[in-house]
Design a protein around this ligand. Structure first.
Ligand SMILES: Nc1ncnc2c1ncn2[C@@H]1O[C@H](COP(=O)(O)OP(=O)(O)OP(=O)(O)O)[C@@H](O)[C@H]1O
Ligand SMILES: [Mg+2]
Length: 299
C-alpha cells in the first residue's frame, strides 16, 4: 500500500509500495523502479533539506517537481541535448511498459511519474553557477574555491554575478556532497579526461540554454543548480531531474532555498522538522508558482 497522509487538508504521498515492480532505488525524495531498460521515477511529496528528510511532506510537491522537470527535458530534447526522458504521460507509460497493474494506483501516481532510460549514473553532481550564493560564497570568503578562477561583476556578496558564467563547480554524490576539483571529478568518472571535459562542456551548454530561455521567455533567472549524468550505450546523457525547485535556485526564488532559510531561522537546520500547515502550504505554493512562471498547465 502506498503511504499517504493529510497535510493542511490535502492528501500527500509519503512513499510508494508497488509489489508488481522491481525496486531500483529509494532516494530522499524520489522512488525509482526498474522496468527492463526503463526506470519509473516517482516523485513523492517528501522534502529534504541539508540531507535530512522532513517529518511532514508538502502537498502536491511531487506533481510540481515532475511537471518542472518534464518541461525542461522536453525543451532540452527539442534543442538536441541527449536526455533519459521518455514520457511523463501516465497512460503512455502503461502502454510502453505493458504494466497494466499501474492503472490500479493511477490516482496516487498520475502527474508524479516519469519514465526514463536506465543509465549508469556518474557519481558526481554537475553544479553550475551564474551567481554566487551559499557554499560558493563561503568558499570565496575562506579562499577554498577549488575551481577555475572567476571574475565577479561587483563586490563579494550574495547574488553577485560571475562574469562569463556559468562557473562549473562539481561535487561528489556522497552523503555530504563534498566539493571536488576537476581532477578529482576526472578520477570519479573512471579517469576519463575526455568524459570529464564532456560533462563540463555539456553542463555549461545546458545551463546557458536554460537560463537564456528563462530570462527571455519566462521572466526568471537561474542563479545556480545541479544536473546529473549517466552513460547509456557509450553516450553521455542527462538523467535524474532538471531545473526544478528542488535542484535549482531561481531569481525570483521559488525554490527549496526559501524553505532552507525557514529551517535556519527557526533553529531547525539538519533536523527532521515537523512543518506547520501554513509553512507547508507556503512551500507548496512556491513550487506551484514556479510551474506557473514556466507556463505549465497543471491538471
Ligand atoms: N536515468 C537514470 N538512470 C540511473 N539512475 C537514475 C536515472 N535517473 C535518476 N537516477 C537516480 O535515481 C535517484 C533519484 O532519487 P533522489 O534524487 O530522490 O535520491 P538521492 O539523490 O538519494 O537524494 P537527494 O537527491 O535528495 O540527495 C538518484 O540516485 C539518481 O541518480
Ligand atoms: Mg537526487
Amino acid at each position: 500500500m502506498n503511504k499517504t497522509v493529510v497535510v493542511a487538508g490535502h492528501k500527500t504521498l509519503i512513499s510508494t509500495d508497488l509489489p508488481f515492480l522491481t525496486p531500483f532505488k529509494k532516494g530522499k525524495v524520489r522512488e525509482v523502479y526498474e522496468i527492463g531498460e526503463h526506470l519509473l521515477i516517482i516523485a513523492t511529496d517528501r522534502i529534504s533539506a541539508f540531507d535530512v528528510v522532513m517529518d511532514t511532506p508538502i502537498p502536491k510537491k511531487g506533481v510540481y517537481l515532475t511537471a518542472q522537470s518534464s518541461y525542461w527535458f522536453k525543451e532540452l530534447e527539442k534543442a538536441g541535448y541527449p536526455t533519459h526522458f521518455v514520457t511523463d504521460d501516465f497512460d503512455e507509460i502503461v502502454k510502453i511498459t505493458g504494466i497494466t497493474e499501474l492503472n490500479s494506483v493511477k490516482d496516487d501516481l498520475d502527474g508524479r511519474v516519469m519514465l526514463g532510460k536506465k543509465a549508469a549514473a556518474l557519481p558526481i553532481e554537475a553544479i553550475c553557477r551564474f551567481r554566487i550564493f551559499g557554499s560558493a560564497l563561503s568558499a570565496l570568503k575562506n579562499s577554498t574555491w577549488i575551481w577555475e578562477p572567476i571574475t565577479l561583476e561587483g563586490e563579494l556578496e550574495p547574488g553577485v554575478k560571475i562574469v562569463n558564467g556559468p562557473a562549473f563547480t562539481p561535487t561528489d554524490k556522497s552523503e555530504t556532497d563534498e566539493k571536488i576539483t576537476f581532477e578529482q571529478m576526472t578520477e570519479l568518472v573512471g579517469n576519463d579526461k575526455n568524459l570529464a571535459l564532456q560533462v563540463k562542456e555539456l553542463s555549461v551548454g545546458i545551463f546557458q540554454f536554460a537560463n537564456k530561455k528563462a530570462i527571455a521567455e519566462l521572466g526568471f533567472e537561474i542563479a545556480d543548480g545541479k544536473v546529473e549524468y549517466g552513460i547509456l550505450n557509450d553516450e553521455l546523457i542527462l538523467i535524474d531531474e532538471t531545473f526544478t525547485s528542488d535542484s535549482t535556485r531561481f531569481m525570483p526564488d521559488k525554490s527549496k532555498e526559501v524553505f532552507r532559510q525557514w529551517l535556519i531561522s527557526n533553529g531547525l537546520k539538519g533536523k527532521a522538522a515537523t512543518i506547520p500547515d501554513d509553512v507547508a502550504m507556503e512551500v507548496s505554493k512556491l513550487y506551484r508558482e514556479q510551474c506557473q512562471s514556466m507556463g505549465i498547465t497543471l491538471k
